[in-house]
Design a protein around this ligand. Structure first.
Ligand code: TRP
Length: 362
């Protein structure tokens, strides 16, 4: 079993959050998140959307504000697990950096880097692969699910091994906390297994362990549904991107699937479409979904969609304004990636040296 810690991270002292960022309304966590090294990441396959924002981006910023040391990997090698070529990789990578900075990650404090720019990280894959069996790789539920959704005719080797690659992402910097969605838990289990087995097989001369055993940090936000009532996902075309303008946002929400019952209620099980919209407005306004539903009452789907559109556009306005300002300077984005890669390379080189030493390969 995997242990999780609460995603409720209280606000730090220090600079007030930028307008539009989450005000940290929640209580306390037993452990000081400032004491953690945190790694998270995304694949550069397209713009981040509201599901990412409420599911993980907001939490990253909270953790950063608490003083946690953040590493954010842009997993460009992972893009080619389920497609033949990585389409517009450079553009998607820069846009991820834009989404990160606009939502509040501070590149002075967070190390933002692309997989492919850190050779020593990727080299960890080799010893790590020797620690897991082919049977373990083929039963991984997330891999199975991604194979089911892949449009490739054959499953490639990188698809099978990418949970181990992801273990290298996490362990290269010795992260002990990994904010992830529910669907990524099996991968984290692989990273934990790799860390444990490596430590057992290759202890330091004094008996101490090379790697910490990383723990997942699950978001306390319920799963956001897309405009078709299914899981909000880049690849399913049902998402509201953070970068969309206000008119596009209105159009996307207008097209969302609802039902014929004019009375608006929050009932995720029997009314997923309507309830997904209610939840979205509630998250943006930091209110209870039941209250939002109650206020709309008999107004029907049209009134609900107007409320949601306004709530989303209002909440994202300052974030989008920052995004637009940052987007004007592509050179700055590339510099953020270069600085991040430099820091990540220093950390990865040191870890790889340590790994070689304990393996006796120096
Ligand atoms: N697999 C993750 C996704 O598809 C992205 C990712 C890559 C990641 N490396 C990671 C997430 C390490 C957490 C930790 O969203």
């Amino acid at each position: 079993m995997t242990t999780t810690v609460s995603a409720a991270v209280p606000a730090a002292q220090g600079p007030a959050p930028a307008p539009g960022l989450d005000p940290d309304p929640d209580g306390s966590t037993g452990r000081d998140p400032g004491a953690h090294r945190v790694l998270t990441g995304d694949r550069p396959t397209g713009p981040l959307h509201l599901g990412h924002y409420f599911g993980t981006l907001r939490n990253r910023v909270r953790l950063q504000r608490r003083g946690a040391e953040m590493f954010v990997v842009i997993a460009d090698y992972q893009v080619i697990t389920d497609r033949d070529t990585a389409d517009r990789l450079g553009e998607h990578t820069e846009n991820l950096v834009l989404d990160y900075l606009a939502t509040g990650l501070d590149p002075e404090r967070a190390t933002i880097f692309a997989h492919s720019a850190v050779p020593a990280l990727n080299q960890l894959l080799l010893p790590f692969l020797s620690l897991v069996s082919v049977a373990e790789l083929s039963r991984n539920p997330t891999v199975k699910d991604e194979i089911a959704h892949s449009d490739q005719s054959a499953v490639n080797g990188l698809m099978f091994t990418y949970p181990v690659h992801q273990a290298a992402d996490i362990l290269f910097c010795k992260a002990d906390l990994v904010p992830v969605g529910q669907d990524q838990l099996p991968h984290l289990e692989v990273a934990r297994t790799v860390a444990r087995r490596f430590n057992e097989r290759y202890p330091h001369a004094d008996g101490s362990a090379v790697f910490p055993t990383p723990r997942p940090l699950l978001s306390d936000t319920p799963l956001l549904l897309g405009t078709d009532g299914g899981k909000m996902s880049k690849s399913r075309g049902n998402a509201v991107p953070l970068s969309a303008d206000e008119d596009t946002t209105a159009r996307l929400i207008k097209g969302a699937r609802t039902d014929a019952d004019r009375r608006i209620t929050y009932d995720p099980v029997t009314r997923p479409g309507v309830s997904g919209l209610v939840l979205l407005a509630a998250l943006c306004r930091d209110r209870a979904p039941e209250e939002i539903a109650e206020e709309i009452g008999d107004g029907g789907a049209a009134a609900l969609k107007r409320t949601v559109t306004e709530a989303v556009n209002e909440h994202l306005r300052p974030i989008r304004a920052r995004r637009a300002a940052l987007a004007a300077d592509r050179g700055h984005l590339r510099q953020v990636l270069r600085d991040g890669a430099e820091r990540a390379n220093a950390v990865a080189d040191a870890t790889l040296d340590e790994v070689r030493t304990v393996m006796g390969s120096v």
